[in-house]
Design a binder for this molecule. Structure first.
Ligand code: C5P
Length: 401
């Protein structure tokens, strides 16, 4: 199950070389269980054939205004009426002008006039064209009439120029689509999420750390952003790409994470501490790499600050504080003990003895315990689905004083 499952996504494809990239979008959306209807402008068909999109979506592709007229159906009205989301990509200067002025000369522009669902526009064109006054004025007009205009990316273009005008990559685009399909129950809420391990240096080459990949925290940041939150993700070292629509601050040590979290904490409505913070660090860091003949077999450690405990001590009224606990036994008792000790509203207990959940895995099976004695065992689901279930509890807790 994904945010796209069963959703009617109508994609209006226009005449730009970037149309071939949208074929990939349609393929991925279909794999994510969306029902994708493609409407093409005549110019789009010069770049990619309708057969390409039909093969990828497994559905009829609409191109002419009067497609289906013989059987009495009216594609421009049906597509617009049934859409859960309408996406125009790549949006050329021409289609932008037509949409801004309410023209109805192609299927894509007529569907736009009918659709009452969220409408997203992904411009792609030459750098100078995009910067030109008419295009910018038309985009402003479209924003004012409710369109979400996703600014193109910067980079090298098919025309040989370098600058702002490239169609955004799918990884970014999908977050805008997902947000448009998600309930905005965290709209405007400042959410701080920590993720990943921390690293504690022994010398310039070696460190103490743990197996956390950051996947759970990154999923939480992504899910919160989709639900409208203003998300700050504070991450220890992780190989994961920065989630779109999220402000990412990278840190290395527990003390750096402590300082970053504390700087944000007073303004946060929700803080979720998914990071696996190193509890200890070496007392001394060798300034140069220690030769193996000289490595001591005993190392003195000192304790790191418990960030979550510190947050719980000075939690402002109304703030929701969520912790994680990685346990291999007595999950419930350990979870409750930490919830109380750290003054949390919610704790997510991971069973790290299971190989399909917890560290590094794509899925998780979490026990949720809340401050009011509530308990919920989540099934084995993806980390993104787990994140949404955790956020459902956060929203519920915010509503109960
Ligand atoms: O007590 P324990 O380390 O098991 O608690 C885990 C929770 O505490 C996690 O939410 C983790 O992010 C947080 N934590 C912390 N600072 C530490 C250790 C853990 O914020 N030094």
């Amino acid at each position: 199950m994904t945010v796209f499952t069963g959703k009617n996504v109508v994609v209006g494809v226009c005449g730009s070389i970037a149309a071939f990239k949208v074929a990939g979008w349609v393929s991925t959306l279909t794999k994510m269980e969306a029902l994708v209807d493609v409407a093409m402008t005549p110019a789009a068909e010069r770049f990619v054939t309708p057969l390409t999109f039909a093969s990828l979506s497994g559905r009829k592709v609409y191109s002419a205004m009067f497609d289906g007229a013989a059987d009495g159906s009216m594609a421009h009205i049906d597509l617009g009426r049934e859409a859960d989301i309408f996406v125009v990509a790549p949006a050329t200067a021409d289609i932008i002008a037509k949409l801004a002025h309410g023209m109805a000369d192609t299927l894509v522009t007529t569907v736009a006039l009918v659709a009452r669902c969220p409408k997203l526009l992904f411009p792609a064109m030459n750098v100078q064209m995009f910067a030109s006054l008419p295009v910018q004025e038309n985009l402003k007009k479209l924003r004012e009439s409710g369109w979400t205009v996703v600014a193109p990316a910067s980079g090298s273009m098919a025309c040989g120029e370098v600058g702002k005008g490239r169609l955004v990559e799918w990884q970014d685009a999908q977050e805008y689509l997902a947000a448009a399909l998600s309930r905005q129950d965290l709209a405007g809420m400042r959410v701080v999420v920590t993720a990943g391990p921390t690293r504690e240096a022994i010398d310039p080459a070696r460190f103490l750390s743990n197996r956390s990949s950051g996947k759970m925290g990154y999923a939480l940041a992504t899910a919160a952003a989709r639900r409208g939150a203003v998300v700050m993700l504070i991450s220890g070292p992780s190989s994961l790409p920065a989630p779109p629509l999220v402000t990412l601050k990278r840190v290395e040590t527990a003390r750096e994470m402590h300082d970053a979290v504390m700087a944000e904490s007073a303004h946060a409505g929700v803080i979720i501490k998914a990071a696996a913070v190193s509890d200890y660090r070496p007392e001394n860091i060798a300034p140069h790499k220690v030769k193996k003949e000289n490595i001591e077999t005993e190392m003195r450690l000192v304790q790191n600050p418990d960030i979550l405990f510190a947050l719980g001590e000075k939690k402002p009224k109304g703030q929701i504080l969520v912790g994680f606990a990685a346990e291999s036994r007595n999950l419930e008792a350990e979870g409750r003990r930490k919830l109380t000790k750290k003054n949390l509203d919610l704790i997510c207990v991971n069973d790290i003895s299971a190989s399909d959940a917890g560290f590094e895995s794509e899925t998780n099976r979490i026990l949720l315990l809340d401050r009011d004695g509530g308990e919920e065992r989540l099934p084995l689901i993806s980390k993104l689905e787990t994140a949404d279930r955790i956020l459902d509890r956060v929203v519920a807790l915010r509503c109960t004083p």
